[in-house]
Design a protein around this ligand. Structure first.
Ligand SMILES: CC(C)(COP(=O)(O)OP(=O)(O)OC[C@H]1O[C@@H](n2cnc3c(N)ncnc32)[C@H](O)[C@@H]1OP(=O)(O)O)[C@@H](O)C(=O)NCCC(=O)NCCS
Length: 432
């Protein structure tokens, strides 16, 4: 009987030099570096460079990457127009998936031979950087559009993480300088503001207010932790698509579709729905009794590879703790701790990265529906590194399946002609 590995569990399908997950030692290495060390010391731009190039950048390499990133930060007219065609109630993951499709169609326009779609390694590195640089504007605009707020222009004086927060929140997230008048928020945090719903960008690029460093640091760490995780479902999807010699944008578009699901990236959004449902720490016990009785999966817990805890959680939990202190929200920490301790005690299943990142993004002010698009903005670095690795040593990914349908049967009245009979005799050539 065929040995089937449902969900490819435990199957090693290829080699990778991008990252190493070791559940035994609870470690995750990006190109050899422990992710915790990278999160504590590096800006996200440097980690992106590392994933694409194999080494951390020197000062000149980092400056060059930052110049390119800053050059592509603004939301392009075609992407904005495509997003504006979508209903404001569309899920933001659908917006991001659409945006990547539009960017891909623009960037590969004019390629008239499908054999050229795959591009050269150099072209694909440039495409990766440009795509990564454009995503914060897409995510930020999506959230602002849903809130009825205007687009905010990027700021050249800010690094990637600070600019991402700036484009999403404007001065809302800035700490006023000592003794200065409090800055007015660029828009309300709750519902559409009709007074700001015209099309032009509002926030002056000349503002000198800086996004709060505590929040920027926590956000930067989350981006680094989300950037890469070996052959997870979305990365594997990207590699499957790349293996057909399709283009990088098609691979990323497919990966976004895979990431949307709650068993994968959608879990960070789902964690917040769980927190909202529970309400507060004292409700955890009865809520968990009911959820377990219904055999519900508790989002943010469990992992296909890690069975004794996710290596990224302590770093993200520390970032969450700083946000809890910063925003003075001990109630969030109490709910987090109560659900974790009671679920671990009862099921022996530990939190994954989505468990601390969900409430962290909530405290930062992101809408719950924006959480998984943030994951896209980070993971696009890992996906594109894997796409290039797949292209460099390609074999079409095409597994087998064990057929369990009806035995061969025939359409009533059908009389085979000679060509059919010949094909039947050469079944291996007829297979697709
Ligand atoms: C991530 C996940 C899909 C990995 O699952 P997997 O390796 O395929 O393992 P399974 O789903 O088969 O789970 C094995 C057992 O643990 C249980 N389990 C795993 N995660 C669970 C969770 N979050 N809540 C409740 N039970 C869970 C399953 O019900 C199953 O129990 P059973 O053997 O009695 O049927 C799973 O843990 C999950 O659905 N987690 C919640 C979603 C999530 O947080 N995803 C983000 C992952 S980074």
């Amino acid at each position: 009987m065929t040995d089937i590995k449902k969900g490819l569990a435990g199957v090693t399908v290829d080699e990778t030099a991008v990252s190493k997950v070791n559940p035994e030692t609870n470690s995750l290495l990006y190109r050899g570096y422990p992710v915790q060390e990278l999160a504590a010391t590096q800006p996200f731009e440097a980690v992106a460079y590392l994933l694409w190039n194999g080494e951390l950048p020197d000062a000149a390499q980092l400056a060059a990457l930052r110049r390119t990133e800053r050059g592509h930060r603004a939301l392009s007219d075609d992407v904005r127009a495509a997003i504006d065609l979508l209903p404001t109630r569309a899920h933001p993951m659908d917006e991001v998936r659409t945006a990547v499709s539009v960017i891909g169609a623009r960037e590969t326009a004019g390629i008239s031979n499908v054999m050229d779609a795959v591009g050269t390694p150099e072209e694909n590195l440039e495409r990766s950087v440009r795509l990564w640089a454009q995503l914060p504007a897409v995510v930020a605009y999506g959230q602002r559009r849903r809130r009825g707020q205007e687009l905010i222009d990027p700021r050249d004086d800010l690094d990637y993480a600070a600019n991402f927060l700036w484009m999403t929140f404007g001065e809302e997230i800035c700490t006023p300088a000592e003794g200065a008048e409090p800055v007015e928020a660029a828009g309300g945090a709750g519902g559409p503001d009709p007074s700001t719903s015209s099309g032009s960008s509002v926030a002056s690029s000349g503002s000198s207010a800086v996004p709060d460093p505590v929040v920027v640091d926590a956000f930067n760490r989350s981006m680094i932790l989300y950037a890469e995780h070996s052959f997870n479902a979305s990365t594997f999807t990207a590699r499957v698509i790349a293996s057909t010699l399709s283009d990088l944008y098609s691979a990323v578009t497919g990966a976004i579709g895979a990431l949307k699901g709650p068993l994968h990236g959608g879990a960070n959004e789902a964690v917040l729905h769980v927190f909202t449902e529970i309400g507060s720490a004292e409700n955890v016990g009865p809520w968990l009794d009911a959820a377990l009785a219904e055999k519900r999966k508790i989002m943010g817990f469990g992992h296909r590879v890690y069975k004794r805890g996710d290596s990224r959680v302590p770093t993200m939990k520390a970032a969450l703790d700083t946000l809890v202190a910063h925003y003075d929200r001990p109630d969030v920490a109490a709910l987090y701790d109560a659900l974790e301790s009671q679920f671990v005690e009862r099921k022996g299943i530990y939190p994954n990265l989505d468990y601390p990142s969900g409430p962290a993004y909530d405290l930062m002010g992101f809408d719950t529906l924006t959480f998984t698009p943030l994951f896209v903005a980070a993971r696009v670095t890992g996906w594109t590194a894997h796409v290039r690795e797949q292209q460099a040593s390609n074999a079409l990914i095409r597994p087998l399946s064990a057929y369990v349908g009806p035995d061969e049967r025939h359409v009533e009245g059908y009389v085979p002609d000679a060509a059919d009979v010949e094909a039947q005799e050469r079944p291996e050539e007829a297979a697709g």
